[in-house]
Design a protein around this ligand. Structure first.
Ligand SMILES: Cc1ncc(COP(=O)(O)O)c(C=O)c1O
Ligand SMILES: N[C@@H](CCSC[C@H](N)C(=O)O)C(=O)O
Length: 418
């Protein structure tokens, strides 16, 4: 059934997988010893291995001169990669999923669906690397991005151009200001006004455990698999979910043509990580709620969708099943923020998030440093912003370490805002 040289990728089935509750679904990997795959399974394992094997092979021998084997070359398809892709398709409620070498490479694959002269609409608060890639397309490929406030569906609507808009790219919550975009309302508007446009959601901060954008009207969802999906900062990966077979085929073509499919070993690591997503996310989120509450009580301006004072608290509750474990806060002084970051002992000073360890960073100097200072200023990204990515440690230790750092930096006591 495979046609690796052109559009279709190997090991694909149209069978509908059985759905369980989220924590069960993450652990339960469907395989079959049936040579035809079996119901709900896209990948067969002749030996019934309890852990999906790593097919560390670049090529696959063919049954004859005309090829026709299910796999021929790992750039085009690999059984370990197929396993994780079919598992993630089920979890994201996607028609098809693809795993690639990083979150940025997932976005790169998606953006290749846009031709010169067409336009992208994206947020004005978004990950620095995303901003950089969009800037590159504008400079070298003739694809302009209009940055708007995606917390306002009307702002998106006003930027839509039925002839030109090809992609509306949403991050929700945004990195690092944790703003929320109404995926459903925006998807409805876009589909009515620009039937050719695709609504693409970067769901990295939520993971499919907390939010499923394809069920909210998005056409494509992607994640940095480097973050929650793998959970241990021991690999780089990108995960794409497509709502329709037609979109999936276009994406697969680019992945095969450019060669960014995830390696067998990293596919295996990603699959192992995904199984514990529910327990990690529940614990990290629980810890994050406590940290946010502590900071709010100290009078800091905290950005966290679990905070009832967050301007889109109710909207986020409608879109997702939880606030997640990334928050940011302002201190009022870049120097004070630097001192806080450097005074922590348990919180690692590091970019990225979604790891079992807690991390602290200053976005303007780290993850978002590639956005020029004047653009950061125009977009009101505070230079003193501290981002916290909460891990699975004992929350009391995290709170004590943070409180000590705040004292050491001279950031406490502050007047409580109540
Ligand atoms: C929201 C968001 N999307 C995408 C990416 C890109 O992912 P990766 O680092 O895996 O390329 C990142 C971070 O790097 C991110 O924070
Ligand atoms: N030097 C890197 C910075 C990566 S930031 C990773 C992550 N998305 C985050 O928000 O912390 C780069 O230039 O991309």
């Amino acid at each position: 059934m495979t046609n690796v040289a052109t559009l279709d990728s190997p090991a694909v089935t149209t069978a509908k997988p059985k759905h369980y509750r989220p924590a069960t679904e993450l652990v339960h990997i469907e395989t079959s010893t049936d040579p035809t795959g079996g119901p709900g399974s896209t990948v067969r394992d002749p030996y019934n291995a309890a852990s999906v094997p790593i097919y560390q092979s670049a090529t696959f021998k063919q049954p004859g001169a005309h090829g026709s084997g299910e796999y021929d070359y790992s750039r085009s398809g690999n059984p370990t990669r197929s396993h994780v892709e079919s598992h993630l398709a089920k979890i994201m409620r996607a028609q098809r999923a693809f795993v690639v070498s990083s979150g940025m490479s997932a976005l790169d694959v998606i953006l290749r669906l846009v031709k010169a002269g067409e336009e992208i609409i994206a947020g004005d608060d978004l990950y620095g690397g995303t901003n950089r890639l969009l800037g590159y397309l504008s400079q070298y490929n003739g694809v302009v991005t209009r940055h708007v406030d995606t917390t306002e569906p009307l702002a998106v609507m006003e930027a839509l151009n039925p002839e030109k808009t090809r992609i509306v790219l949403l991050e929700t919550p945004t990195n690092p200001l944790i703003k929320i975009a109404d995926i459903s309302a925006i998807a409805d508007l876009v589909h009515q006004q620009c039937p050719r446009a695709l609504v693409v959601v970067d769901n990295t901060m939520m993971s499919p455990y907390l939010q499923k954008p394809l069920m909210l009207g998005a056409d494509i969802v992607y994640h940095s698999g480097t973050k929650y999906l793998s959970g241990h900062h021991d690999l780089m990966a990108g995960v794409i979910g497509a709502k329709t077979q037609a979109t999936a085929e276009q994406l697969y073509f680019v992945i095969n043509a450019t060669g960014c499919g995830l390696s067998p070993f990293d596919s295996w690591l990603l699959l192992r990580g995904v199984k514990t997503l529910a327990v990690r996310m529940e614990k990290q989120q629980d810890n994050a709620r406590q940290i946010a509450e502590f900071l709010i009580n100290q009078g800091f301006r905290v950005h966290y969708p679990g905070n009832p004072a967050h301007p889109q608290y109710e909207l986020h509750k409608r879109l997702s099943s939880g606030p997640g474990a990334v928050l940011s806060f302002e201190t009022g002084s870049t120097e004070v923020s630097e001192r806080i970051v450097e005074a922590t002992k348990l919180w690692g000073i590091s970019v990225s998030f979604g790891c079992v360890n807690s991390l602290i960073s200053m976005p303007c100097q780290m993850s978002h440093a590639s956005i020029p200072a004047h653009v950061r200023q125009e977009r009101a990204l505070p230079e003193d912003l501290i981002r916290l990515c909460v891990g699975i440690e004992d929350p009391q230790d995290l709170l004590e370490d943070l409180e000590n750092a705040l004292h050491e930096a001279g950031a406490l006591p502050r007047k409580s805002l109540g």
